[in-house]
Design a protein around this ligand. Structure first.
Ligand code: SF4
Length: 363
């Protein structure tokens, strides 16, 4: 069963840690982007009715309700088993949430990142812990109880105490899904560039070291498990039966069609990527060109080792793969980074922490 991803890369602010091609952009660009997005959806040849829909980016919770209805009406109606809206805390109100329900949205992912006021202020996020509590209550009151909360381990100034405070809020709000990401340090975010340059802005000098980040992550694994939220993928935790059906498609090689800037698609054979920025995307549309800028055949057998292994259930390599990767598999089994259970291969708890090292051997 296939999924649909829609990218809306516009936000009310640009968060310091964010390395996506998203942010604050002119209203005219947003207007043209929505026209181009509708055109891309309208020209798609649907060979299936999607099982899942996911609106990300960006801050799609900002999309005006009438526009959202027009956009989603271009996707074959299910009703979809799961339709997720990524939302910035504080951007929800009663009318907006009701309009989402009318469009078929039945799951909301809140980009919380932290509940600690100082961490939020430094990253340019506008909400407070109470804002998130109000949003969760508002969603549940209106019948949306499938809620994800995103957290980041490694934000400037984060300590074991402030992390415990964030996890305490998770306990209090009791969402059925939590994602815990480790801070990514690269040239694509303001904070990343500042850390790499050894600067002080955005609290860069207060960024936790690797050992503390690992400690925070490991604490989350134990704390969330105690709350009934089991880790089912390296960064994702859910109550059994509440895993993200859409995101599971990425790790299970099921097809999905992506629309908008920087959206990716997998048709079962090829991986296709759209141009990265909203401006490029609109430019393609104006010029009557396809937004796709890259396409290459997928190799699920090989990719399984660095995509499928992200799942805690592990993978079932084929005989040829056991032979082909005999050396690294044997080495990682010996080092306690992988474990084998008959024909299933999976990361160990220590292997999760060193997963990039493991994956790089299979690429
Ligand atoms: S983190 Fe989310 S809200 Fe912040 S700039 Fe990136 S996409 Fe926008």
């Amino acid at each position: 069963m296939a999924g649909v991803y829609i990218s809306f890369p516009f936000c009310a602010q640009k968060c310091t840690y964010c390395n996506f091609a998203s942010g604050v952009m002119p209203r005219e660009l947003e207007r043209d982007y929505m026209t181009a997005l509708q055109a891309e959806l309208a020209s798609h040849v649907w060979r299936w009715v999607p099982e899942t829909v996911y609106l990300g980016g960006g801050t799609p919770s900002q999309i005006e309700p009438g526009m959202l209805a027009r956009l989603l009406s271009r996707i074959p109606a299910g009703p979809w088993k799961e339709a997720t809206m990524e939302a910035a805390p504080g951007s929800l109100d009663e009318a907006r949430v009701r309009s989402w329900l009318e469009c078929g949205i039945n799951r909301v992912s809140l980009g919380v990142q932290s509940f600690a006021p100082r961490e939020l202020a430094r990253t340019a996020r506008k909400h407070r812990a109470e804002t998130v509590a109000n949003d969760v209550e508002l969603l549940r009151r209106n019948g949306i109880d499938r809620i994800n909360i995103d957290l980041i381990a490694g934000l400037p100034g984060q300590t074991a105490e402030t992390w415990a405070e964030s996890l305490h809020w998770i306990e209090r709000l009791s969402p059925d899904h939590v994602s815990v990401y480790m801070l990514e340090v690269d040239e694509d975010s303001r904070l990343g560039r500042e850390i790499l340059a050894g600067g002080l802005r955005y609290g860069a000098a207060d960024t936790p070291g690797d050992d503390l980040i690992v400690e925070l992550y490991e604490t989350a694994v134990d704390r969330l498990a105690a709350l009934g939220l089991e880790r089912y993928e390296i960064s994702n935790f859910a109550r059994p039966g509440h895993e993200s059906l859409h995101n599971l498609k990425y790790w299970r090689f099921e097809p999905y069609a992506g629309f908008g800037a920087d959206a990716h698609s997998f048709d079962g054979t090829n991986r296709i990527q759209n141009v990265e920025t909203a401006a490029e995307y609109v430019g393609r549309w104006r010029g009557g060109q396809s937004p796709a800028c890259h396409s290459e055949p997928a190799n699920p057998r090989e990719e399984r080792f660095f995509v499928g292994l992200r799942l805690m259930d592990g993978i079932r390599p084929e005989i040829e793969d056991w032979l082909r990767f005999e050396e690294p598999i044997g080495r990682f089994l010996g080092e306690g980074l992988l474990e084998r259970d008959n024909d299933v291969l999976r990361l160990t708890r220590r292997g999760v922490l060193l997963s990039n090292e493991v994956f790089s051997e299979f690429i």
